[in-house]
Design a protein around this ligand. Structure first.
Ligand code: DQA
Length: 144
């Protein structure tokens, strides 16, 4: 069984982008963390990062074929994209939404998410450790 890890726009800059908000870990560190934690549950990982909304949607659609659950940090698309939301509801896989920063303590435009009410779990403000929590929760969900 496999987990799809999706990171949205600007998360390729992790480690260098606003480290006081997002920390020092890179995207490669995040992907390695998810691979390690998923491996503890016997789960494989497909990790994708894109700055393009349509690419993210295509990757989510493809997950229907061979993934059991999705961990997604949609970046700023969280606050804008009905299309991303519709892709996630369309494939009907368990979804964990992750935000490294505490979006609720930031600008008001980050307080609303188009994803949270259709997600199976939401992890906010736990730094990159939030990805670990998300994997653990999804592993429990797909184990039944
Ligand atoms: C983010 C929060 C979003 O508001 C922001 O646009 C990001 C990263 C986070 O991980 O904290 O790109 O999703």
């Amino acid at each position: 069984r496999r987990i799809l890890l999706v990171n949205g726009p600007n998360l390729n800059l992790l480690g260098t982008r606003e480290p006081e908000i997002y920390g020092d870990d890179t995207l490669a560190d995040v992907e390695a963390l998810v691979v390690r934690v998923a491996g503890d549950f016997g789960l494989d990982v497909r990790a994708v990062q894109s700055n393009h909304e349509g690419v993210l949607i295509d990757v989510i659609h493809a997950a229907r074929e061979d993934c059991a659950a999705i961990v997604i940090n949609p970046g700023a698309f969280t606050h804008t994209s009905i299309a991303l939301r519709d892709a996630l509801t369309g494939v009907a896989l368990p979804v964990a939404e992750v935000h490294i920063s505490n979006v609720h303590a930031r600008e008001p435009f980050r307080h609303h998410s188009y994803i949270s009410d259709i997600a199976d779990c939401v992890v906010v403000g736990c730094g990159v450790q939030g990805y670990e929590f998300a994997v653990r929760r999804l592993a429990a969900i797909i184990a039944g």
